[in-house]
Design a binder for this molecule. Structure first.
Ligand code: PA5
Length: 484
């Protein structure tokens, strides 16, 4: 049987795995031998879609817990995203746009990483220095709570003070919206920074401070943040049962950031929905997420590729790599399989940015130990349009005349892939036609689904994270000791 070396979707999304195949790399027989396992993984994910449960998945307290991430793209009553929840997000965005000067999102892990990607791609690095008009009235955006870094908190607070002084002649008070995002409502990093900003903002006459809490609103979950929100009458968004942190970017905890910058949430979900559709086919070799999972699984298990470098080309893609780190590490890094056997499964994710890391990591990718897959991400039509002129007459500078910077970026990626290929190094490429909400939704969902399929292939629970409990227990005890 012959396999295609790339899958191209109607949307223009491409998964090109040519450089995963061939001599010294994955062979036709490898994929043929995986066919039954891939069919089982397909059926298990279909079952997950239908029943909202994953085989043997339990919550951290050992009780059965649903898995609803496959329901994210469909806006429907009973699903995580409903017509009412989307309307509420829209109203939140409109409220911020007309009433709020700055938003501080406070969260860590799955309650932060996806939000940062949405901001980086939908807003970009100069958002906060743009005037209100260029932001289309949407507020300045800050992220904290992703660390216990006093300096970071103070810097943001100083910046808020700076803008509040700036705004003083126009308005009476600078309106700040604090948005703590925490499913448990008790995460140290999130709460520490929330408390800091709440106190600091409320102390100053320059600020008018509001809070919107994003947390598990189920009273049985016992989120202290929810109790506080109820007591103070704060606006509240829900983190629903069955949606784990790393699978939550396409619902309220992530979408609040999309709403705050005026990103098109429907387009984001449409992209995810079209990817879901494309991954529902029976032919396992034509399902992009399942092929991605199978190729990575084979590369890991049969060819020793225990590291995956996620290398997006373009500055704005750095945080996407960080988001993927959590998705891959927490989902697949498991000591035990679902039968309780010790397997020590997982692939170490390494984020990289092209071309920057070609000058830092590529030496290792090209010549180092042969234990890596380099996963490239390319945006076909990069934003920005720079063609160089010729301000210098010296011969050494002449060749830059007429250089289109986006073409040079693509050339750099092609060169990196070709060089790796020349030494039969495993690499693959995702191509998105553009960096917009639709394609971002497609990619988020593709990666989440890929990880779910790989969990099935490796027979590990992709939805729990028992390993993080070890440090959490120790940290909790130290914290309790410290507070006494
Ligand atoms: O994926 C996860 O479950 C974690 O990364 C959590 O998102 C992170 O620990 C933050 O937890 P919480 O949302 O409860 O504050």
């Amino acid at each position: 049987m012959e396999f295609a070396n790339k899958l191209v979707l109607n949307s223009g999304f491409v998964f090109d795995y040519t450089n995963m195949l061939g001599e010294g790399r994955i062979k036709t027989e490898d994929l043929q031998e995986m066919e039954t396992a891939m069919q089982k993984a397909r059926d298990a994910v279909n079952e997950m879609r239908a029943s909202g449960t994953a085989y043997k998945h339990l919550s951290k307290d050992g009780t059965p817990e649903p898995v609803y991430f496959t329901r994210l793209p469909e806006i429907k009553n009973g699903n995580p995203n409903t017509p009412v929840s989307l309307q509420k997000l829209k109203e939140f965005g409109d409220y911020l746009r007309t009433n709020v000067d700055a938003v501080v999102f406070l969260g860590v892990g799955g309650s932060y990483l996806g939000n940062k990607v949405l901001f980086d791609i939908g807003a970009g690095p100069s958002w906060n220095s743009m005037g209100e008009k260029r932001r289309n009235g949407y507020p300045r955006i800050y992220f904290s709570g992703n660390n216990l870094d006093a300096g970071q908190c103070e810097e943001i607070m100083n910046e808020l003070r700076y803008w509040s002084v700036h705004a003083w002649p126009k308005k009476k008070r600078f309106k700040v919206m604090l948005v703590p995002i925490s499913k448990s409502g008790s995460t140290l990093e999130t709460l520490a920074s929330f408390i800091y900003f709440y106190e600091a903002c409320n102390k100053s006459v320059m600020f008018d401070t509001e809070v919107t809490a994003v947390t598990d609103r189920n009273p049985e979950a016992g989120s202290p943040l929810f109790a506080l929100a109820q007591k103070h009458g704060w606006r509240c968004f829900d983190i629903k049962n069955g949606i784990g942190g790393r699978f939550s970017v396409l619902t309220d905890p992530g979408l609040v950031t999309a709403a705050a910058i005026g990103m098109n949430v429907e387009e984001l979900l449409k992209g995810a929905g079209d990817m879901e559709e494309a991954c529902r086919m029976d032919d396992v070799y034509a399902n992009p997420a399942l092929m991605n999972a199978a190729l990575k699984y084979i590369a890991s298990e049969r060819y020793g590729c225990h590291i995956e470098v996620f290398m997006g080309y373009g500055e704005r893609l750095g945080s996407l790599g960080q988001w993927y780190v959590q998705l891959l590490a927490e989902s697949l890094g498991k000591k035990h399989n679902r039968n309780g056997e010790t397997v020590y499964y997982g692939r170490t994710p390494v984020p990289a940015v092209g071309t920057t890391d070609m000058h830092a990591q590529t030496q290792l990718h090209q010549d180092g130990i042969r234990n890596k897959v380099v996963q490239f991400l390319q945006i076909k039509n990069m934003p920005g349009d720079i063609v160089l002129g010729m301000p210098f007459e010296e011969p050494a500078f002449k060749k830059y005349n007429g250089l289109n910077m986006s073409d040079a970026l693509a050339m750099a990626l092609d060169s990196n892939a070709e060089a790796l290929n020349g030494d039969r190094r495993f690499n693959a490429r995702y191509v998105l036609p553009e960096m917009n909400a639709y394609h971002l939704g497609e990619l988020f969902y593709f990666l989440m689904l890929s990880v779910a399929y790989e969990g099935e292939l490796a027979n590990v629970d992709a939805f729990d994270q028992p390993g993080v409990e070890a440090y959490k227990k120790i940290m909790k005890a130290k914290f309790a000791e410290h507070s006494n």
